[in-house]
Design a binder for this molecule. Structure first.
Ligand code: FMN
Ligand code: PLP
Length: 219
């Protein structure tokens, strides 16, 4: 039996604070600033396996049971945060029943996290088509081969399906109708900056009728 005590794993965070006046009026602009800082700060060597656009997507089923997984952010702007997936996957089915969701960006290299909550809707087919066309052929065929989130008896079945679709689509691979983009429209965006003595800064934008309200949360 394994028992591992991790109580001694502890880091003290630096005191790179954020104040209300440091932030832009619009959370998407603020997100763009932090994203640019992260991109600059993180080395792009092969040995540093860090995906700056990776985010943890949390969803819940109709009964409110939560689950989470990593997905890649593919664009963000005034309308929200977009990623691509299989609409028939577990997350796809959950979101069809309950569009409420949360995105968490674990930007530990800068002692930061950003948490976005809101509702998710499908991107227009034309946008999904355009994005799908930019993916490498292997990933395009993979989207056909994988019945994402279903139990499979054997890895070989996946490879067989891949080969079958490789033959079916010798040239252009069309986008599977069950694969495409989802957009989270933010209702609240929290920017978290680690500080000493666990007295971190947390500043949250909350959407109101005309503008965003900015509030400070206790750490
Ligand atoms: C770094 C990373 C990036 C990922 N990006 C995506 C993605 O953009 N879209 C996706 O469907 N799955 C992505 N995955 C796989 C998901 O984490 C997950 O296993 C899959 O979507 C099935 O989730 P579900 O069963 O909850 O629907 C990624 C995994 C990792 C570790
Ligand atoms: C299953 C799956 N779908 C989609 C993506 C992200 O899209 P793309 O492959 O176009 O980067 C990933 C990225 O890891 C993935 O694992």
């Amino acid at each position: 039996m394994v028992f591992v005590n991790l109580a001694n794993l502890r880091r003290e965070y630096s005191d790179r604070g954020i104040g209300v006046t440091d932030l832009t009026a619009d959370p998407i602009e603020q997100f763009a600033r932090w994203f640019a800082e992260l991109d600059k700060a993180v080395p792009k060597s092969d040995t540093s396996w860090f995906e700056p656009n990776a985010m943890v997507l949390s969803t819940a089923d109709a009964e409110g049971r939560p689950c989470a997984r990593t997905v890649l952010l593919k664009r963000f702007g005034p309308d929200g945060f977009a990623f691509y997936t299989n609409y028939r996957s577990r997350k796809g089915r959950q979101l069809a029943a309950n569009p409420a969701a949360c995105l968490l960006f674990p930007w530990y290299p800068l002692e930061r996290q950003v948490i976005v909550t809101g509702e998710i809707r499908k991107l227009p087919d034309a946008e999904s088509d355009a994005y799908f066309a930019t993916r490498p052929r292997g990933a395009q065929l993979g989207a056909w081969a994988s019945e994402q989130s279903e139990v499979i008896a054997d890895r070989a079945l996946l490879d067989e399906r891949y080969t079958r679709f490789e033959r079916e689509f010798p040239e252009t691979v069309p986008r599977p109708p069950h694969w495409g983009g989802l957009l989270l429209e933010p209702q609240a965006v929290e920017f978290w900056q680690g500080r000493s003595s666990r007295l971190h800064d947390r500043l949250r934008y909350v959407r109101e009728a005309q503008a965003w309200r900015l509030e400070r949360l206790s750490p």
